[in-house]
Design a protein around this ligand. Structure first.
Ligand code: UDP
Ligand code: UDP
Length: 288
């Protein structure tokens, strides 16, 4: 069962699954209660791109907090195992590098990213309190920057922005000097890890970092996208974003030990697949 309010998702992404008789798709916003019968719940609700989560910040906090309460209530009633898609944003602009799960983070509670960062932090709190108070079977993963095919061309995050700009011959927009770093995980690797976490031994709750430790500056990313796409676009610098974390890299020792997992797809290979996807989308916008 797929539950989505389609704020940033699209039905097109489910097209290849529609003929599967086991699939059920439901338009619903989890800030409202949901009464269904389930055995496992993956809570991925909430836009993850700063542009989209800052569009309606109050709704973002509601999705993270009310949404988590409703999904935990659902798990409590059905006794379903429940996995929370948390985020590297819980570490904020970190002074510890790379970030291990024990690090408590450095988050601005009143900034423009707070609706997402603090919303996700509060969701983690709720998960652990439902576990302590109601013995729920919880799993929490902290997802670092992830990318790949089926991202929305207007997602607004850096990988899709750079690829779309490169393919359309537009300027590549780097916010600030481009020395800030991120570590990018290809979507297939992430999904593999999430399924492993959902089916991991009982009592292993996490939080566990999931991401690819390969760390790159935004300037390196821009240059790599230009090279792989063969684009002649120019790199330009725009004003840096408020509260933009300067560096981010996961320590994935826990995921390696507990889930026997590590990412297999390096940045170049993942970018190639993603470029192919966006090329196809541009060639036939209604078919891809
Ligand atoms: N809830 C839901 N589906 C369910 C059970 C509960 O959406 O199958 C929602 C319901 O809105 C409730 C919330 O989850 O307010 C939290 O549930 P819980 O049982 O923890 O709280 P209570 O109902 O005791 O306030
Ligand atoms: N970024 C950029 N140009 C863009 C979009 C993003 O330089 O067109 C930078 C942004 O300032 C940040 C990094 O890329 O330092 C990652 O941004 P993204 O929105 O993808 O994710 P997040 O900041 O949440 O990690």
């Amino acid at each position: 069962m797929v539950v989505d309010n389609y704020f940033t998702g699209t039905k097109k992404n489910l097209e290849h699954l529609i003929s599967n008789s086991k699939l059920e798709v439901m338009r619903h916003d989890i800030t409202f209660p949901l009464y269904v019968e389930v055995g496992q719940i993956y809570n991925l609700a909430c836009p993850a791109s700063p542009v989209h989560y800052q569009f309606d910040p109050v709704q973002t906090t509601k999705t993270n907090v009310h949404g988590a309460i409703n999904m935990l209530g659902l798990a409590k009633r059905t006794r379903a195992r429940i996995l929370q898609a948390s985020t590297s944003e819980v570490y904020g602009d970190p002074e510890v590098h790379p970030q291990p799960e024990e690090y408590w983070g450095r988050v601005n509670p009143v900034g423009i990213r707070s609706c997402y960062d603090e919303g996700k932090r509060c969701a983690e709190t709720l998960f652990f309190d439902y576990q302590r108070q109601h013995q729920l079977d919880i799993k929490v993963v902290r997802i670092f920057n992830t990318y790949g095919p089926r991202m929305h061309p207007n997602d607004g995050r850096v990988v899709s922005n750079f690829i779309m700009q490169a393919l359309e011959g537009k300027d590549i927009t780097i916010y600030g000097d481009g020395q800030q770093t991120r570590s990018f995980c290809y979507v297939d690797d992430l999904i593999d890890a999430m399924v492993r976490m959902m089916n991991s031994e009982e009592g292993f709750t996490g939080p566990v970092n999931l991401g690819n430790p390969g760390e790159f500056t935004m300037l390196q990313l821009a240059e790599t996208v230009l090279r792989l796409s063969g684009s002649k676009s120019k790199i330009i610098h725009q004003a840096s974003l408020l509260d933009d974390p300067k560096q981010r890299q996961p320590n994935i020792a826990l995921a390696k030990a507990k889930l026997c997992w590590e990412p297999k797809v390096n940045l170049e290979d993942g970018l190639k697949e993603t470029i192919v996807y966006f090329r196809r989308l541009l060639a036939a916008p209604n078919k891809a």
